[in-house]
Design a protein around this ligand. Structure first.
Ligand SMILES: *[C@@H]1O[C@H](CO)[C@@H](O)[C@H](O)[C@H]1NC(C)=O
Ligand SMILES: *[C@@H]1O[C@H](CO)[C@@H](O)[C@H](O)[C@H]1NC(C)=O
Ligand SMILES: *[C@@H]1O[C@H](CO)[C@@H](O)[C@H](O)[C@H]1NC(C)=O
Ligand SMILES: *[C@@H]1O[C@H](CO)[C@@H](O)[C@H](O)[C@H]1NC(C)=O
Ligand SMILES: *[C@@H]1O[C@H](CO)[C@@H](O)[C@H](O)[C@H]1NC(C)=O
Ligand SMILES: *[C@@H]1O[C@H](CO)[C@@H](O)[C@H](O)[C@H]1NC(C)=O
Ligand SMILES: *[C@@H]1O[C@H](CO)[C@@H](O)[C@H](O)[C@H]1NC(C)=O
Ligand SMILES: *[C@@H]1O[C@H](CO)[C@@H](O)[C@H](O)[C@H]1NC(C)=O
Ligand SMILES: *[C@@H]1O[C@H](CO)[C@@H](O)[C@H](O)[C@H]1NC(C)=O
Ligand SMILES: *[C@@H]1O[C@H](CO)[C@@H](O)[C@H](O)[C@H]1NC(C)=O
Ligand SMILES: *[C@@H]1O[C@H](CO)[C@@H](O)[C@H](O)[C@H]1NC(C)=O
Ligand SMILES: *[C@@H]1O[C@H](CO)[C@@H](O)[C@H](O)[C@H]1NC(C)=O
Length: 382
């Protein structure tokens, strides 16, 4: 008896999610269940480092998948390729990040007498940017001036079940990035990001989407110029310093809805042995065009009664354009009396919140460059 054609069609995995599970599942032949164009990285595979596999990819628009076998990879990964790249951590439990088997580890900070004064870009465990210039943080109100002819970088980067760690020191000791992305689109699912200061940098024209992730830090650990959406994740406070968010707008980034948007997530101390009640700020303005919105998050008692704070008493960096906002947060860290008394946090009403209420609204705002306006790079199945 032959199987009807339409049934055969149903037996073939149709979605990225199905491919992901069968490819990630550990099997004798690691490539079994993987999409075409998959490379394997592992201690006994042809590629021993993630970066060597990345560098082997052609600079064209074909999609490539890199399956990473369990282990600690001590290396910096730098992705300049524009074509789609998916990194998968091998795991039998792809829907639980506490069972991730792959750690990508780097150990570097900058900005202090001990660590030197390299740009923050050089410290990052993972960098996704077309050029060095695109990835530099720079200084001053507008940061590094990226040359106007810089092409857009990766149009569709995805990572699943990977931990990115910058463990320079177990406390804030200068910027030490786990992720740096600029002029690129990237989605991260069931990924962990662990550092203390400046854990995640989403730079100019960077579009970053995180779902079911864990992001740990102490000082300004979500910072940048670009657009970041954090969905159903855990922000783990390892201590307090600066704020959770420190965003910057420039006259060159007003073209999009830059900012960091944290949704339906849990913001809490990293573990029960920390005593930080009332000490952690939701954010502070890296410049006065800071934009961040915490919406529908559970906040534990680590959060300061005021919510956000000024940059400093003498240099407040707050004006009419500063958006340091919350919408429908709850939990012991949401102190309404404290928020109102300090008058720093904007408690948005439905009308104020509406323009920022979905990834489609913040990422699809008209752009002038590259592929940024398309959000096909986001995997909404996670
Ligand atoms: C990749 O596709 C984009 C448009 O989608 C095109 O502009 C670019 O030239 C292509 N790159 C290569 C190397 O073919
Ligand atoms: C990309 O390069 C690879 C390796 O040379 C080639 O097999 C593939 O066909 C190329 N893809 C496109 C879209 O040109
Ligand atoms: C891998 O790195 C993690 C995190 O730094 C560490 O806890 C673990 O002991 C390391 N494992 C091995 C096998 O080195
Ligand atoms: C993930 O795994 C941990 C450790 O085994 C377990 O405690 C937790 O309940 C799991 N989470 C989910 C959503 O299954
Ligand atoms: C990443 O690679 C590009 C291209 O090789 C290089 O220009 C840049 O310096 C690298 N970035 C970092 C932060 O090392
Ligand atoms: C970075 O941009 C500046 C200003 O356009 C330029 O002078 C410099 O050569 C660029 N650096 C690199 C490594 O391309
Ligand atoms: C709790 O988190 C802090 C900050 O990361 C760390 O230094 C400490 O070792 C952790 N304690 C436990 C018991 O895990
Ligand atoms: C942005 O501001 C800088 C100085 O702060 C100025 O040099 C530059 O021309 C401005 N760019 C645009 C697009 O307005
Ligand atoms: C708020 O977050 C909770 C828990 O993450 C979720 O169950 C609920 O659907 C969210 N509410 C809205 C309106 O999105
Ligand atoms: C506020 O933002 C607008 C653009 O939306 C800009 O034109 C204006 O200069 C900004 N004002 C201040 C005080 O930064
Ligand atoms: C809430 O904030 C008010 C005003 O700052 C403060 O007096 C009060 O102690 C706070 N409540 C809690 C539970 O932290
Ligand atoms: C809160 O701050 C805004 C802007 O700085 C100011 O216009 C307003 O009067 C303040 N409200 C109170 C009650 O102090």
């Amino acid at each position: 008896m032959s199987i009807p054609l339409f049934l055969l069609f149903l037996l073939i995995p149709q979605t990225t999610a199905l491919n992901r599970y069968s490819c990630q599942y550990p099997t004798r032949n690691p490539l079994s269940g993987c999409p075409p164009n998959t490379l394997v990285v592992g201690p006994t595979a042809k590629f021993k480092t993630i970066q060597s596999a990345i560098l082997s990819l052609p600079h064209n628009n074909s999609s490539y998948t890199i399956l990473i076998q369990p282990g600690n990879y001590t290396e910096q990964v730098n992705i300049t390729r524009a074509g789609p790249v998916t990194l998968l951590g091998q795991t039998a439990l792809p829907d639980n990040l506490t069972h991730n088997t792959v750690n990508v580890i780097w150990h570097q900070a900058t900005g202090t007498a001990t660590t030197g004064t390299l740009d923050n870009a050089f410290t990052s465990t993972l960098t996704i940017a077309p050029t060095l210039n695109a990835s530099l943080t720079g200084s001053g109100p507008t940061g590094n001036t990226v040359p106007a002819d810089t092409p857009f970088g990766n149009s569709d980067f995805r990572a699943y079940n990977l931990n990115f760690i910058n463990d320079y020191l177990p406390y804030s000791a200068g910027p030490s990035l786990a992720l740096s992305m600029s002029y690129a689109n990237g989605g991260f699912y069931y990924c962990g990001f662990y550092s203390y200061q400046d854990t995640i940098y989403v730079g100019k024209l960077g579009n970053a989407y995180f779902s079911k992730c864990e992001i740990a830090g102490q000082t300004d650990f979500l910072y940048g110029f670009g657009t970041a959406w954090i969905q159903s994740s855990r922000l783990a406070l390892r201590s307090c310093g600066g704020g959770i968010t420190a965003w910057k707008g420039t006259n060159t980034t007003f073209v999009n809805k830059y900012g960091v948007y944290i949704h339906d997530s849990v913001v809490e101390k990293a573990n029960s042995s920390l005593s930080i009640a009332g000490k952690c700020a939701l954010g502070r303005p890296w410049n006065a065009q800071h934009r961040s919105i915490f919406a529908n998050n559970s906040l534990d008692d680590s959060i300061e009664p005021s919510g956000y704070i000024k940059w400093s008493a003498t240099d407040t960096r707050i004006n009419y354009n500063t958006t340091m906002a919350e919408y429908d947060d709850y939990g012991p860290g949401f102190n309404l009396t404290g928020r109102i008394a300090a008058n720093i946090t904007i408690l948005m009403n439905d009308g104020q919140y509406a323009p920022y209420s979905s990834p489609q609204k913040v990422f699809q705002f008209p752009f002038t460059q590259g592929e940024e306006g398309n959000i096909g790079w986001i995997d909404f199945s996670v």
